[in-house]
Each structure stands twice: as C-alpha cells, then as structure tokens.
Design a protein. Sequence first.
Length: 257
Amino acid sequence: MTYPQSTLQELAESERQMVLEAEGRFGKHWLEARASSIFLSRCMIAIDHDRMHVGRFSAILKKHHLLAIMSAVRLHKSQAMWNLRQVLEAGAHAAFAIANPDDEHFFKWENGVLVLPPKLPGKRYDWLAQNHKPFSDAIKAKKDLLNESQTHANVVAAHGVFRMEGNQVQAPFFDVEDEYHVKIDLWLAAAVALDVMKLFREVNQGHNVIEFVEGFDGHLTTLENRVMALMDEMKATERWQRAEAARLAAEAATKDV
C-alpha cells in the first residue's frame, strides 16, 4: 500500500494510518510484538525502594520498545533497530542494578554536576558475562546483529530509502515496504522483550527485590511459545531458506580463503 508523504501533514497522517492498520498489514507478527511490548511494560508491579535504578532503566526500555515496534510498521527500519539497541542497553543496566543498587555504579556528583562514571557499559557487560552468561551471549548477539547494518549509516541501511528508476533517483521518507522484512523486525522486537524479561527474572532470584505481576511465569512461557512459532513459520518460507543457503555458502567461501 502507498502512503502519501509529500507534506508534513501527509507524513503525520500516513504514520498514524500505518500504526492503526498494522494488524491488517502484518497480522500475528504485529499482534505478538505488541503483546510483548505491553507485557514488558507491565510485568513488574513493585520494586524495592533501594532499587530505583531498576525502575529508571525499565522506564527507558519500555518506552524504546514501543517506539521500536511503531517505527517498524511506520517503515523506519533504522529507527526501529536503534530503539531496540536502547532496549538491550537499558535492560542490561536494569539487570545490573537489581544486584548492584549503589548510586556509585551509575553516577556521582562533582562540584554540583552530575557525572556518569567511565566505562559503565563495559562494567555491566562484564558482570553479565560472569554471572549470567547465556543471557549475556544473547544480548551481545542481538546487539551485534543490530550494529552490523542498521544502527550506523551504511549502504545496507540506505537501501530502504534509495532507488533508481531509469535516470531518476527515488529517495522516499518511508522505507520501501517489504512485508517479509517488517515481520522479521517485529519478531526480533518480541524476542528482545522476552530476553530482557527472562534476564530480570533470573537476576532477581536470590535478591527478591522485584515483584512480578501475578501469573508472570506462565504468561511469559505462553508468549515465548507464540513468538517462537512465528519464527518457525518464517524459517519455513522459501525466502528464508534462500537467504540461509546464501549465508552458509558465504561462510564456506570465507573458510576456504
């Protein structure tokens, strides 16, 4: 479907329509991404008062997760991927804060100015790798995937908003819509939400500073099963299988060099 994008008014109305029509355009992929975002924002119902940094970073991640799925269906892939990177980073911060609540880990005051401590990202990732390696690996893998092609300016990122038609350059505001790619992005967003929630649950064990919503474990499992079923559907498509065959061939060629 073509969405008008010649004026600011058209852009605003088109973006509104794209979100309102997301279920009709992307079906279960939108529904599960939306469900994961809602559950991510509501899964914690209480946090101990000495763990307010958990709440601060949770506020960041739930905002950026919703922005990610809305950006995906509004055909702003790079924006969606950048927002997912914010979710992963805030999730790592929040998980670290569950076990390490002291302010000194996150900020300090110098001459009345709030200063962020150096090397905080490395500190939190080192801690995750030492104490929760499977989740650390999952976060790193997804961050690497995002960073490879979409969170920095490059030719791959530009492909969605640049086309040549004869001698004419087409550079639309919205990405050229590819239903398959948007569905993959929505699935990825849902998977990121699941990773973050499972990480919170694991880190909270032994600390018991977060109260999760009633039925949290069962709902999380149900949501995860539905999201994984979507991935199985995508993997069964001819397009996925062609891409996977090309990836494996490229890996084999690299090894032979």
